[in-house]
Ligand binder design. Structure first.
Ligand SMILES: [Zn+2]
Ligand SMILES: [Zn+2]
Length: 420
C-alpha cells in the first residue's frame, strides 16, 4: 500500500503544480542563467522539508527519512534561444542576453519546465508521505542541459562530496513519442552521444572578378560539406547509427568579394563512443585533406565543443523501473523497449560521477492521433493534462521501486483486534 499512500494526494499537488508549470513556461531562462527557476525550486523544496544546497548553478534537495536506499532524481531547468510561436495564453515573451552578449528570445522549447514541475511535485508527494517509506530522496535540478555544461558544472563544484551517494539515479524527458499519458523505457543506449565541431577554413580573399588570384574558401567549404556526407555512407558500418549534420556554413559579405575564410558548424550523433570518436577523426581528416586540395594557405582551426556522453540505461535498473511502471500504469500506458532517441543528454554525467547505475525514460507530451511538434520547435507545446501528472507519477513510482516501503500493518493489528 505504500506507493498508493504516496500517490494518495496527487490531486492536491496537481492544482499548484499546473500553475507552477505555466509560470515557469512564461518565465524561461537560458542555460547557466536559471536564477529565478532555481529560487522557485528552492522555495518549494524548503517548504516540503528538504535540506537544500546550491551546487554549480543547480539546486539539490535532500530528504533523509531513516536509513535505507538513496534515490537521486534529476530534472533540468534551462530554456532555449527560440522565439515562441505556440499561441498559448502563457507563452513566453521574454528576451535575455546570451553568453555571446546578444539579446535573444527565450522559450521552454524542450519541456524542461515540465521536468521541473514534475520533479517538484514528486518531491512534495514523497515528503508529505514520509511515513510510507524509508531511505533518502535526492531531488536534483541541474542548469544548462542544452549546452552540455550543466551536469559537468555540478560535478566540478563537488556534487559527489556534498550529497549522499545514490544507489540509483533516475531521469526523464517529455517527447513526441510515446503518446501523452504513456511512458517509454529502454535498456541500453537510450540517447545518442553527440558533439559539435567548429571548423574555420582559410583561403585568400580577392575581387569577385579575379578568382584566379584567390583561394576561395566558399568553394573549399562546399566541397567539405559534400565530402563529409561520405563518412556515414562509406566509413561507418551500416549496422551502426551515426549522423553528421552541417548546421551552419558562413562565409563572406558580398557577391563581388571572395572572402578570406569560411566557418562550418558540424553536429554528430552516435550510440557508441567509438563511433563518435571515428566521426571526429574522419571529419578532421577530410577537412585537412580538402584544405590541402584547395591550396589553403594555413591549417584549418578545428574545435570540438558541447560533447554529450552516451545515455546507456542499466539493464537491471531499467527492468525494475519498467516492472514498477507496468504495475502502476498498466500495459496500455507503458512502451517497454521504446526506440532509442537520436537526441542527446548530459544526465549520465551525474550517475557516472557517483559510479551509480541509472535509467532514463521518456514520457509523452502529445495526445494520440493529434499533431506532434518536435522539441526545439517554436511551436513545441506539450499538453499539460495528462502529461504533467504522468511525469509526476512516473518519478514517484520509479523512486518507490527502490525506497524501502513501510509495510502496512495487518488489519487485525491495526484495529487492535484479535489474533496475532
Ligand atoms: Zn533540448
Ligand atoms: Zn531537453
Amino acid at each position: 500500500m505504500s506507493l498508493e499512500g504516496v500517490l494518495a494526494r496527487v490531486e492536491s499537488v496537481t492544482q499548484w503544480q499546473e500553475n507552477l508549470y505555466r509560470h515557469l513556461h512564461s518565465h524561461p531562462e537560458l542555460s547557466f542563467q536559471e536564477a529565478e527557476t532555481a529560487t522557485e525550486v528552492e522555495r518549494h523544496l524548503r517548504d516540503a522539508g528538504f535540506e537544500v544546497q546550491r551546487i554549480g548553478g543547480g539546486v539539490v534537495g535532500v530528504l533523509r527519512n531513516a536509513p535505507g536506499p538513496v534515490v537521486l532524481v534529476r530534472a533540468d531547468m534551462d530554456a532555449l534561444p527560440v522565439l515562441e510561436d505556440t499561441g498559448l495564453a502563457y507563452a513566453s515573451t521574454r528576451t535575455m542576453v546570451d553568453a555571446g552578449g546578444m539579446s535573444v528570445p527565450v522559450m521552454h522549447a524542450c519541456g524542461h519546465d515540465m521536468h521541473v514541475a514534475a520533479a517538484v511535485g514528486a518531491a512534495a508527494l514523497l515528503a508529505d508521505a514520509r511515513a510510507e517509506w524509508h531511505g533518502t530522496y535526492v531531488a536534483l535540478f541541474q542548469p544548462a542541459e542544452e549546452n552540455a555544461g550543466g551536469a559537468r558544472a555540478m560535478v566540478d563544484a563537488g556534487l559527489v562530496t556534498l550529497v549522499p551517494k545514490p544507489d540509483v539515479c533516475l531521469g526523464q524527458h517529455v517527447l513526441t513519442s510515446p503518446d501523452a499519458g504513456q511512458v517509454g523505457t529502454r535498456s541500453g543506449p537510450m540517447l545518442s552521444t553527440a558533439a559539435s565541431i567548429r571548423i574555420t577554413v582559410h583561403g585568400s580573399g580577392s575581387h569577385g572578378s579575379m578568382p584566379h588570384l584567390s583561394v576561395d574558401p566558399v568553394v573549399l567549404a562546399s566541397a567539405i560539406v559534400l565530402r563529409l556526407q561520405t563518412i556515414v555512407s562509406r566509413e561507418v558500418s551500416p549496422f551502426d547509427f551515426a549522423v553528421v549534420t552541417v548546421g551552419s556554413l558562413r562565409a563572406g559579405t558580398s557577391a563581388n568579394i571572395i572572402p578570406a575564410s569560411a566557418t562550418l558548424l558540424v553536429n554528430i550523433r552516435a550510440y557508441d563512443e567509438r563511433v563518435r570518436d571515428h566521426l571526429v577523426e574522419a571529419i578532421s581528416r577530410i577537412v585537412r585533406a580538402e584544405c590541402a586540395a584547395s591550396r589553403s594557405p594555413r591549417e584549418p582551426d578545428i574545435e570540438v565543443y558541447d560533447t554529450y556522453p552516451l545515455t546507456d540505461n542499466d539493464p537491471e535498473v531499467t527492468a525494475t523501473v519498467t516492472a514498477a511502471f507496468l504495475r502502476h500504469f498498466g500495459t496500455e500506458r507503458v512502451v517497454a523497449d521504446m526506440a532509442p532517441v537520436t537526441a542527446s543528454e548530459d544526465f549520465s554525467t551525474i550517475p557516472d560521477a557517483f559510479g551509480t547505475p541509472y535509467t532514463y525514460w521518456g514520457f509523452g507530451g502529445f495526445p494520440a492521433g493529434g499533431p506532434r511538434v518536435p522539441n526545439h520547435n517554436p511551436g513545441f507545446a506539450p499538453v499539460i493534462r495528462p502529461s504533467l501528472r504522468t511525469a509526476t507519477e512516473a518519478l514517484v513510482v520509479a523512486a518507490m521501486a527502490y525506497l524501502d516501503p513501510v509495510p502496512t500493518p495487518a488489519p487485525s493489528a491495526a484495529s487492535g483486534g484479535v489474533g496475532r
